[in-house]
Design a protein around this ligand. Structure first.
Ligand code: NAP
Ligand code: G4F
Length: 326
């Protein structure tokens, strides 16, 4: 039985990846931060077989202890401060967790693996946010990185550190440069879930309006369940490498509002959406669209869920949630 350690197991991707690894017959270990993390109950329900270990990415000693307990064949480093807007107000913490946390995890793997650095396969959750002010359309593995947020800068550090550990120590360390991916498990702070939740509340008469920021930004949105499969496929390759994972299609926030409101029978949403400057960012990433042809060719990976189906799935899930809550 293979053993896998997931950092960020309480996040959207951590839960989908845990389910996939469980189906593939792995013994799954999940890193959970904090002394009384409110998401533990949710994770235990979704991943009843997973063993939860408590520690923080900023604490190398804790990570070394956790490596001793889990003794994993594969490590998926998904833990991060992942909300871009939050990263300007918390740049130091974002650097400590999202950048230096990845270095700590790489170090813990390197030290634990001892004389066989290639024996533990490592996945780093890199991000399309690294492309920032894009220098090429669509973006691929070789596109110049030009991050626009403390989060993006931290992810660039972690990305190059992963490549550096591969080149310096011969570690089997891969980075997935994942474009935005969403699901009903997406955190409420991100725009797709904010919209699906708001639209469901409007439909149930619990809310009058959605207050939004920049509606012109474009994102390449896919389904998280598809994207965690790409993570796993990367670690099944004989040679470690970096891959863009994306749908190859981009949509604006306005398109997102169109699909979400249409799902509840509203074709003109202008009366239901207002603008607030507080949701604008100091520096915006205007356009993301990925070219995942390398992943298609080498991993056999392709997305199965398209934009409209994804947003409808999220609105339906939030309508059901609102129904349950009464
Ligand atoms: P998420 O839902 O925000 O999950 C982030 C996870 O990191 C949570 O489990 C969180 O724990 C954990 N974490 C935060 N600080 C930590 C710390 N100090 N020590 C240990 N764990 C910590 O993010 P996601 O959407 O699943 O994304 C997974 C990874 O992929 C992240 O690294 C993200 O930056 C990256 N990524 C995401 C996307 C996307 O569109 N979703 C795209 C590209 C890359 P708590 O639950 O306790 O907060
Ligand atoms: O949903 P978002 O907060 O996601 P963002 O910034 O693209 O970051 C996500 O994807 C990255 C991959 O590219 C990940 F690395 C990262 O961890 C995260 O998962 O915002 C999307 C867009 C932005 O352009 C933002 O300005 O939506 C725009 N937006 C407009 N109004 C809003 C809002 N975003 C949020 N969160 N809330 C709004 O009211």
């Amino acid at each position: 039985m293979k053993r896998a350690l997931i950092t960020g197991v309480t996040g959207q991707d951590g839960m989908y990846l845990g389910e996939l690894l469980d189906r593939e017959g792995y013994e799954v270990f999940g890193l959970v931060r904090g002394q009384n993390n409110p998401k533990v109950g949710v994770v235990q329900k979704i991943l009843p077989n997973a063993k939860l270990l408590f520690g923080d990415l900023t604490d190398l000693g804790a990570l070394l202890r956790i490596m001793d307990v889990a003794n994993p064949d594969e490590v998926y480093n998904l833990g991060a401060i992942s909300f871009v807007a939050h990263s300007w107000e918390n740049a130091g913490m974002t650097t400590d967790v999202t950048a230096k946390g990845a270095l700590n995890m790489l170090e813990a793997v390197r030290i634990h693996a001892g004389s066989k650095p290639e024996s533990i396969r490592f996945y780093q959750a890199s991000s399309s946010e690294m492309f920032g002010k894009v220098h090429e359309v669509p973006q691929k593995e070789s596109t110049l990185l030009w991050p626009r947020s403390p989060y993006g800068v931290s992810k660039v550090y972690a990305h190059y550190m992963t490549i550096n550990y591969r080149e310096s120590y011969g570690m089997h360390a891969s980075s997935g440069i994942l474009f935005n991916h969403e699901s009903p498990r997406r955190g409420i702070e991100f725009v797709t879930r904010k919209v699906s939740d708001g639209v469901a509340r409007i439909a149930r008469g619990k809310q009058d309006k959605l207050t939004m920021g920049n509606l012109a930004a474009s994102r390449d949105w896919g389904f998280a369940g598809d994207y965690v499969r790409a993570m796993w496929l990367m670690l099944q390759q004989p040679v470690a490498d970096d891959f863009v994972i994306a749908t190859g299609k981009t949509h604006t926030i306005r398109d997102l509002l169109d699909v979400a409101f249409a799902r509840i029978g509203i074709s003109d949403w202008s009366d239901y959406v207002s603008y607030d400057k507080q949701y604008e960012r100091p520096a915006e990433v205007d356009l993301l669209i990925g070219d995942a042809s390398k992943a298609k060719e080498k991993l056999g990976w392709e997305p199965t869920v398209q934009f409209k189906e994804l947003i409808e799935m999220m609105v339906d899930a939030d309508l059901a949630l609102q129904e349950q809550e009464g």
